[in-house]
Design a protein around this ligand. Structure first.
Ligand SMILES: C[S@@+](CC[C@H](N)C(=O)[O-])C[C@H]1O[C@@H](n2cnc3c(N)ncnc32)[C@H](O)[C@@H]1O
Length: 295
């Protein structure tokens, strides 16, 4: 049996009771360690709680060497631990498909994910559109496909959750060219970096998906002891220091309910200015909406 177990967002004890019981009976325990991090835990603290060894599974092992994970699951119980929820990252459906192909039974034990805990900022989960991933730009690679998805969400008034790039075990290409396999230190994209990239892409595309004044919420260390939110404009957040990782950003859609706004104002430095930014942003797609209604 392959147990796919969500660990929740921060602490070793965020695992559910059923998840912990499953881990305790598994012969091998793999921890997926590249799409997110458990903020208040490490391999050792998990091993102490579970009373057994935890094997770190990097991207290479999960995506190319999954046979190693599935090998034992044919005859024994194996746990595959995912920070957040099992299906909070797109990657893990693939492992379930391969297990099914091999005739291995799979049981999923769910947990909180950034995808639902983000409701703690006050925006209603029912009013979120497609989530998008924002990757680190390099000198030669500045992908902007997220822009079209944000535009689609914003046209119909929905909020957009922006998940930010993390690089936990990336080979250093300069060293690789010299024949040495050396990994770069871990990097986590910050709220400010994300917002700078968004501003750069709007500047390039000029299609009006958003403006520097568009209201957003910075979401930091969700579920941890120092969880924090900041409601401000995109431009203001491009200069905001959100502190330690992990960070996400939500861009508001124009369907902002009064209760959502009331909740968000607690997180803004200047309530009147934020309210005005929301009111101004709501007008951005007004013309298109009227045209659609009369068509
Ligand atoms: C690919 S997603 C993986 C989500 C995870 N499997 C889950 O279900 O929560 C990773 C990204 O989600 C966001 N994220 C995850 N946990 C977070 C947290 N506790 N606080 C803020 N952002 C978080 C960050 O942008 C991070 O880079």
């Amino acid at each position: 049996m392959l147990y796919m177990i969500g660990l929740g967002l921060a602490y070793p004890t965020d695992i559910t009771v059923r998840g912990l019981e499953a881990v305790k009976k598994c012969k091998k325990v793999f921890l997926e360690a590249y799409t997110s991090i458990l903020m208040a835990a490490d391999k050792e603290s998990l091993e102490q709680l579970y009373g057994k060894e935890v094997i770190l599974a990097d991207r290479e092992l999960v995506e190319s060497g999954s046979d190693k994970i599935l090998e034992d699951a044919k005859d024994e119980d194996v746990a595959f631990l995912v920070v957040g929820d099992v299906f909070g990252a797109t990657t893990h459906t693939d492992l379930v498909i391969r297990a099914r192909e091999l005739g291995i039974k799979v049981e999923c034990i769910h947990n909180a994910s950034v995808m639902n805990a983000v409701g703690a900022c006050g925006l209603q989960l029912y009013k979120f559109g497609q989530a998008v991933s924002i990757v680190f730009f390099t000198d030669s690679w500045r992908p902007d496909s997220f822009y079209d998805k944000i535009m689609e969400n914003r046209r119909i008034g929905l909020h957009t959750l922006l998940l930010l790039d993390i690089k936990v075990k990336e080979p250093d290409f300069k060293e690789l060219m010299k024949g040495h396999l050396v990994y770069e230190p871990p990097r986590y994209m910050s709220v400010a970096q994300c917002c700078e990239e968004l501003l750069e892409v709007e500047e390039k595309r000029k299609e009006g998906a958003y403006t520097p004044e568009t209201p957003c919420v910075a979401v930091s260390r969700l579920g941890g002891a120092t969880q924090a939110f900041k409601a401000a404009t995109l431009k203001q957040l491009s200069e905001y220091d959100a502190g330690e990782p992990l960070h996400s950003v939500v861009m508001l859609g124009h369907q902002v309910h009064d209760l959502e706004l009331e909740y968000l104002l607690e997180f803004s430095d200047d309530k009147e200015a934020f309210k005005a930014a929301v009111a101004k942003d709501q007008k951005l797609f007004e013309k298109e909406e009227k045209e659609e209604k009369t068509a």
